[in-house]
Design a protein around this ligand. Structure first.
Ligand SMILES: Nc1ncnc2c1ncn2[C@@H]1O[C@H](COP(=O)(O)OP(=O)(O)OP(=O)(O)O)[C@@H](O)[C@H]1O
Length: 587
């Protein structure tokens, strides 16, 4: 809204200018009938409400100027207490309008006959003059209102900018810094009250070229007044097609690494107490792992799928001096070969078609001071094995498309369910890398070789999943435990966890009995412990041998055929075909 009191000085100066020109007293009232400015006798009453301003009220209502020749006798003055004995000789009142709305009145008052004559002799030009003065005041009011709005908007923007975790710089077309937030001030060490150019703060040539050419930039830049690299995104500002500079968003690389650390570790902090198992082998393994955690040596964890290799790797990281840095796990078998290379080592801008502008940090760089967990290392392609070996030997990484090598301090924990020695023998795994990784080998035994861990694991999974689905703690009967102990667990602890999750969910009461366990566990017909081959005939042969082995306890061959879902005659034929030696005589 527009208030004359917001520009009181200007209003007073205008009143004085009018008084000077017309040699007459002037007063200006706002829409609340408060005298905002006044000259001569009226000056001392500025700021007061005008109780008897009947003429001004009329102008505020009608929006029309009025000239009163005989105040005191005029009909508008009838309600006034000075009616009939007014000290004024003549009065002129002209509206001040903003956007068509009357928001004040300029009043001219004559106290003697000579002044009154001057007013009345020049009515027309006087009214035009007052109209111009009103427009002048109205213009000032709008200007003041807009600059206040601008100030409010700027304040809102600065508040928003200061709430962001990124550094923000605003630069004009001449690359002059026009605004920045608190984070930018901190990460760029911007001095107070200095006019600065972008080049005073950042190594900005590439950035500016990209913004000018493409309207944006994304990559890394170096600070001029601070050490270290910054991630940077910049966007051109255009107003009606005209370039007006750019907004630059900055993130401290160390800060990003902290975010990576929080995302990779804090969510799933693992310590050795979470690795369950009281078998002698697990107790020993935990003890060795705890001891090696304190060193920085490369580790190789071997074990079948689901035995807890990643769990151990996380616990080792969490117990090491690297625990406040990132733990980055990457599955070498799950990522396509060409992507794996850039994921691990990163690349420079323009390294290949489709490479992201500004390049990309590799996992080794991101995990600097932390741990990289290379799962399924046996699936790593040979040419990447060479690169990995170099990283382990030289403790430096070279991004794709770069000749510069970057020093890194990373502990590598590799894991595999494959027989690496065998892979070395067949030439699929480099011998030198194998020995480099094999410095401290940890071998996690499959669950079937430490069956005494099963009761503890099963009960703790039952507690966990009961809590998860808000069920009363589901117990497990001794018979059910016995069934679990008899099974060979090809999927190891992961499979056991899944079976207990299934049973906790499916059981109607709050006890897992042998009957509520999945059928395949009860019928003792697990999948082959290790699928060595995907040859159909071999798989069939293995399945038949297994079924015969299980059924041997009852000596009933029909049972084996039923397990396999084939007829008795087919079973005989297959036994003959695959030359399967039977361990006992069947009925
Ligand atoms: N000793 C254990 N105590 C408690 N939970 C375990 C244990 N071992 C494994 N687990 C659980 O089993 C699941 C599989 O573990 P993990 O992923 O560490 O196995 P892995 O050997 O790395 O498997 P893969 O080779 O398939 O990646 C996880 O949910 C893990 O928490």
């Amino acid at each position: 809204m527009y208030y004359l009191r917001d520009i009181q000085n200007t209003v007073q100066q205008t009143a004085e200018a009018i008084a000077e020109v017309l040699k007459i007293e002037v007063e200006i009232a706002d829409q609340d009938m408060v005298r905002v400015a006044g000259t001569g006798k009226c000056h001392s009453r500025c700021g007061q409400v005008m109780d008897e301003g009947f003429v001004y009220r009329h102008v505020l209502t009608t929006g029309e100027a009025i000239i009163i020749q005989n105040p005191g006798d005029h009909e508008l003055c009838l309600p006034c207490c000075h009616h009939g004995h007014c000290s004024e000789n003549a009065e002129v009142a002209s509206p001040i309008k903003v956007e068509g709305k009357t928001i004040g009145v300029i009043g001219l008052i004559s106290f003697d006959a000579e002044q009154a004559k001057r007013l009345l002799d020049n009515k027309e030009s006087l009214l035009r003059y007052l109209e111009k003065m009103s427009e002048l005041i109205a213009g000032k009011l709008v200007e003041n209102y807009q600059s206040r709005q601008q100030e409010v908007l700027t304040n809102q923007l600065i508040t928003v900018l200061n709430l962001l975790n990124d550094g923000i710089l605003v630069v004009d077309e001449q690359k002059m810094i026009t605004n920045y937030n608190k984070v930018a001030k901190k990460i760029l060490a911007i001095p107070d009250k200095q006019k600065l150019l972008l080049k005073d703060l950042l190594d900005s040539d590439n950035l500016w070229k990209a913004v000018a050419q493409n309207g944006n930039f994304s990559g890394q830049v170096s600070g001029k007044r601070t050490l270290g690299k910054l991630f940077c995104d910049a966007f051109a500002i255009n107003t009606q097609g005209k370039p007006e500079g750019a907004v630059i968003v900055l993130k401290d690389v160390q800060q990003v690494k902290k975010i990576v650390k929080d995302a990779t570790v804090s969510g799933i902090e693992t310590d050795f107490s979470q690795i369950l198992g009281d078998s002698r082998r697990m107790l020993e393994l935990r003890e060795v792992a705890y001891r090696v955690a304190q060193s920085s040596s490369t580790l190789l964890i071997q074990g079948e799928s689901g035995t807890g290799k990643e769990l151990f790797a996380r616990a080792i990281h969490q117990s090491s001096k690297r625990k406040n840095h990132a733990f980055i796990a990457i599955n070498c078998g799950a990522i396509p070969e060409n992507l794996l290379e850039s994921e691990l080592f990163g690349y420079e801008e323009g390294a290949f078609t489709g490479a992201q502008r500004g390049g990309k940090l590799g996992k080794f760089e991101l995990a600097h001071l932390g741990t990289v967990f290379l799962d399924e290392i046996g699936d790593m392609p040979l040419h990447l094995q060479v690169k990995l070996l170099r990283v382990l030997q030289e403790r430096r990484v070279e991004r794709i498309g770069s000749t510069r090598s970057i020093p890194i301090d990373v502990r590598v924990i590799a894991a595999t369910h494959r027989d690496l020695e065998q892979l070395v023998a067949t030439g699929e795994f480099r011998e030198d890398l194998y020995y480099r990784l094999h410095v401290i080998p940890l071998s996690i035994p499959p669950l079937r070789e430490r069956k005494e861990d099963i009761p503890l694991l099963a009960r703790s999974f039952a507690d966990y999943y009961s809590r998860l689905i808000a069920k009363e703690n589901v117990a497990i009967t001794p018979e059910a435990i016995q069934v679990l102990m008899n099974y060979t667990w090809p999927g190891n602890v992961r499979e056991l966890g899944n079976v207990i999750e299934y049973s906790v969910t499916m059981t109607t009461g709050n006890t897992i009995t042998a009957d509520t366990l999945p059928r395949r566990i009860r019928t003792q017909a697990p999948l082959p412990a290790r699928v060595q081959s995907l040859n159909l005939a071999e798989l069939e042969r293995d399945a038949i041998a297994k079924a015969l082995e299980i059924a041997s306890s009852t000596g009933n061959k029909d049972e084996a055929a039923k397990m396999l879902g084939i007829g008795r005659a087919t079973l005989y034929r297959k036994i003959k075909e695959y030359k399967i030696a039977e361990k006992r005589t069947f009925s």
